[in-house]
Design a binder for this molecule. Structure first.
Ligand code: SAM
Length: 224
């Protein structure tokens, strides 16, 4: 059992619900921040159980901030968390969080799950993340559900936009700049990870195609 699952099962005392495979995904992408005093924003607080889990996992010095539309979530302030009551689709509300906290290392979107909100939050927040930051979107299966603005291969959903981001990750290698050329994502994303119901986007500044490196094996062999 990884640490997060143990903390979730044994230590937190505020309500939270998670899909069980999420714990391994979190640990895979967040472990390097443990003890490193990361700055974390979670959109979608509900009772605050998840925030408690992050606090215990990342340890002393971590900054844990939550955002939710529901005033009930403000009760988590009693646990020492910064809770911002606002709409994740409202760029002014997101700007207020950025103004107050600066660059986040980790952002978790577990809010409305509406595809328009997912896109609005990502577009506003991702450019303000720290270098090496990790943006994780939960419950992306809702992108296939009409009720959340989704549908199978429906143009414009967050999941569809991230499928296009795979192309952008490779755009420095394009031989056809008229139809396929680098955009913001090519310059700002250095890794994309897709799981059942979770998408992880890694921030990393790039300004050109990566360079190939080569070992000159015949020369090395002759020199022996
Ligand atoms: C699934 S719950 C979050 C659970 C929490 N992350 C956890 O794991 O314990 C989703 C939360 O998103 C909030 N929410 C819904 N629409 C929102 C919006 N537009 N902006 C911000 N939060 C929203 C809801 O009020 C609810 O508390």
């Amino acid at each position: 059992m990884n640490d997060l699952r143990r903390i979730f099962d044994e230590e937190i005392d505020l309500e939270s619900t998670k899909w069980e495979h999420y714990f391994d995904i979190y640990d895979r992408h967040f472990r390097r921040f443990v003890g490193a005093q990361p700055r974390l924003l979670e959109i979608g607080v509900f009772a605050g159980g998840s925030l408690q889990m992050w606090q215990r996992y990342f340890g002393e010095g971590a900054t844990i901030v939550g955002m939710d539309t529901n005033p009930y979530s403000a009760n988590a302030r009693d646990e020492g968390f910064e809770i911002f009551i606002g709409e994740q689709g409202n760029k002014d509300h997101l700007q207020q969080i950025i103004d107050r906290h600066g660059a986040f290392d980790i952002i978790i979107d577990d809010g409305s799950h509406s595809t328009d909100d997912l896109k609005a939050s990502f577009e506003k927040l991702f450019p303000h993340m720290s270098e090496g930051g990790v943006y994780l979107v939960e419950d992306t299966h809702t992108n296939y559900w009409e009720h959340f603005g989704g549908g199978y291969k429906k143009p414009g959903t967050f999941t569809e936009s991230m499928k296009h981001a795979i192309d952008q990750l490779n755009a420095f290698h394009s031989k056809d700049p008229d139809t396929f050329r680098p955009n913001y994502l090519t310059y700002a994303v250095n890794g994309l990870h897709f799981y059942d119901s979770v998408i992880v986007i890694e921030k990393g500044t790039r300004d050109q195609a990566p360079k190939e490196v080569r070992v000159n094996a015949p020369d090395r062999r002759r020199a022996r």
